[in-house]
Design a protein around this ligand. Structure first.
Ligand code: ZN
Ligand code: ZN
Length: 299
C-alpha cells in the first residue's frame, strides 16, 4: 500500500484546529517543516532522520526526535523511505515562504506603464499597503483594482515582475471562483445575481453578480467583465483586435475594471450583457446566471 492510499483511509483528525496550530508553535518544529520543504526542492526526499536533523539545524538529537515525533501524523508523514510533508505541513511551510504569517512589505504609489482604461491618461500607479495591492489612475482618481496579496510575492521581484505576478494571481483566483472553488478555503463558492436595481448593501459597488464562499464567507465582487477574461471567445476577440489578453494586464481592459458596459437584460432566468470593445469594434457577450458566456457576437 502506498502512502497516498494510507492517507485516503485515514478518518477525520481528532485534533481541534487550536490543538493543531499549537503543535507547530515551536521554533524547532517550524525549522523541521521548512527543512522538509527545502529537502523536497533540492535534497533527499523523503528525508532520512539524520539528513532532516542536519538541515533543520537542531544539534541535540533527543530534542530533534521529540519535536519530529510531535509533528508526525498531522504535519509530517513517516514512510519506509523517510519523512515527508503532509498537506498541512506543506501548507504551513509554503505560507511562511509567502510571508503570510510574519513578513511586512509596502511600496508606492509608484508610476507604472500603461494608459488608464477609463480616462486614457498615462498616469497609472501601483501601491502595496497592509497586504493589499492596488492600481489606480492619478489623473481621474479611478481605482482599477484592490486585492490582497501575500508579502512574499513582492520581495523577490522587480516592479514589472510583481505586476505580472499580480495580474496572473487575480485572474487565477477569479477563474477558481467562477468554477465554484473558494481560493481561500477551497469551499464551495456560489454566485448571486442582482436584478439591476440591486440592494446596495448586499451588492457592493453597484455590482450585479458576486461570489460568496458557503464555508468561510470569502466574497469576490470584481467587475463582471473580469470573470470573462478567461472565456475563449472573449480572448479570441481580443487577439483578433490587437489586444492579446495574455500579454496585456487585465487592468488595461475597461471591461475588467468597470461595470460601465454591463447591463442586466433578463431576471428570470437572469441574463446580462457585457460589451468588450477593442480597436473600434465591440463584442457583445451574453452571460447566464452561472456567469458562463452563452453567446458572443461582434456588433
Ligand atoms: Zn484615469
Ligand atoms: Zn472559503
Amino acid at each position: 500500500m502506498d502512502s497516498d492510499e494510507a492517507d485516503r483511509r485515514e478518518g477525520p483528525s481528532d485534533l481541534s484546529p487550536a490543538e493543531a496550530f499549537a503543535l507547530v508553535g515551536h521554533e524547532h518544529r517550524v525549522a523541521i517543516l521548512r527543512a522538509l520543504l527545502a529537502e523536497s526542492r533540492d535534497g533527499e526526499y523523503p528525508a532520512s532522520f539524520a539528513r532532516l536533523r542536519e538541515r533543520a539545524g537542531i544539534e541535540v538529537s533527543a530534542q530533534f526526535s521529540y519535536h519530529l515525533d510531535e509533528l508526525t501524523g498531522h504535519f509530517v508523514r513517516q514512510t519506509d523511505e523517510g519523512y515527508e510533508l503532509r498537506y498541512a505541513g506543506w501548507e504551513i511551510a509554503t505560507s511562511i515562504l509567502a510571508g503570510t504569517y510574519n513578513e511586512r512589505a509596502e511600496f508606492g504609489p509608484t508610476p507604472i506603464s500603461g494608459d488608464c482604461p477609463e480616462c486614457g491618461a498615462a498616469d497609472l500607479q501601483a501601491a502595496y499597503r497592509e497586504e493589499w495591492f492596488s492600481i489606480r489612475c492619478a489623473a481621474c482618481g479611478s481605482r482599477h483594482i484592490r486585492y490582497p496579496l501575500p508579502p512574499g510575492a513582492i520581495g523577490p521581484r522587480s516592479l514589472d515582475e510583481v505586476l505580472s505576478a499580480f495580474d496572473r494571481y487575480v485572474r487565477t483566483q477569479m477563474e477558481l471562483a467562477r468554477n465554484g472553488v473558494c481560493p481561500g478555503c477551497f469551499g464551495v463558492m456560489e454566485v448571486r445575481t442582482a436584478a439591476g436595481e440591486a440592494d446596495e448593501s448586499d451588492f457592493p459597488n453597484g455590482r450585479v453578480a458576486i461570489y460568496d464562499c458557503q464555508r468561510c464567507g470569502n466574497r469576490l465582487y470584481p467587475p463582471l467583465g473580469l470573470f470573462l477574461l478567461g472565456d475563449e471567445r472573449v480572448r479570441q476577440f481580443l487577439w483578433d483586435h490587437g489586444r492579446p489578453p495574455s500579454e496585456t494586464p487585465f487592468w488595461a481592459f475597461e471591461f475588467c475594471v468597470s461595470d460601465e458596459a454591463v447591463a442586466v437584460e433578463e431576471t428570470d432566468p437572469w441574463q446580462a450583457r457585457v460589451e468588450v470593445t477593442a480597436d473600434g469594434e465591440t463584442l457583445v457577450a451574453t452571460v447566464d446566471e452561472a456567469l458562463q458566456v452563452t453567446s458572443a457576437t461582434v456588433e
